[in-house]
Design a protein around this ligand. Structure first.
Ligand code: GAR
Length: 200
């Protein structure tokens, strides 16, 4: 089960996946490649340290379709079974999503369908909701949408600041994402319409 992780930034979710794999927590999944659209992404350093092959594919203003074709051709040789988006801050074209239909996962730092977009944590904090959380879902052609695999609530407590909330959300992400990836790798996720059934 070959996994490619796509990341644009810090890569703490990638690190959680790397650590999980080291402890057998992604089995039979194996991270074979890390792709980034940003040459300076710290995620690349994390991958290199773990001995994982990396590819930087920068967009440089390239239209989305063209960029995604380039990515597809550059990862072809790795026989990727699953793409895990871990803070990959690009919207994938519908061709790309079709090519990897039901084989792309994303993590979002809010309880989807609430607070979609690039600032899920801040938007929930500023909206003054009492509960936000983390969602892992299959990617479809809409932004931050697609059948939900796992969700976990994170309450926003009285003394919370944006920073403390971020810490709490990330801690949940780092636990939830490896769990979802393992379920996929074990073939336990079945998409039924808009929903995901988890086989025991
Ligand atoms: C994570 O919080 C992830 O949920 C978010 O980007 C962060 C990446 O952090 N993704 C989105 O907001 C997607 N809409 P990381 O690089 O440390 O893993």
């Amino acid at each position: 089960m070959n996994i490619a992780v796509f990341a644009s930034g810090n890569g703490t979710n990638l690190q959680a996946l790397i650590d999980a794999e080291a402890g057998g927590g992604l089995s039979p999944g194996k991270i074979v490649l890390v792709v980034s659209d940003k040459a300076g992404a710290f995620a690349l350093e994390r991958a290199k340290k773990a001995g994982i092959e990396t590819r930087v594919i920068e967009a440089n203003g390239m239209p989305r379709e063209e960029y995604d074709k380039k990515v597809m051709s550059e990862i072809k040789d790795k026989n990727v079974d699953l793409i895990v988006l871990a803070g990959f801050m690009r919207i994938l074209s519908s061709n790309f999503v079709k090519q990897y239909n039901e084989r792309i996962l994303n993590i979002h730092p809010a309880l989807l369908p609430a607070f979609k977009g690039t600032h899920g944590i801040k938007d929930a904090f500023e909206a003054g909701v009492e509960v936000t959380g983390v969602t892992v879902h299959f990617v479809n052609e809409e932004l931050d949408a697609g059948p939900i695999i796992l969700q976990e609530e994170v309450p926003i407590e009285k003394g919370d600041t944006l920073e403390t909330l971020e810490e709490k959300i990330h801690a949940v992400e780092h636990r939830l994402y490896p769990k979802a990836v393992k379920l996929f790798a074990e073939g336990k996720l079945k998409i039924e319409g808009e929903k995901v059934r988890i086989r025991s």
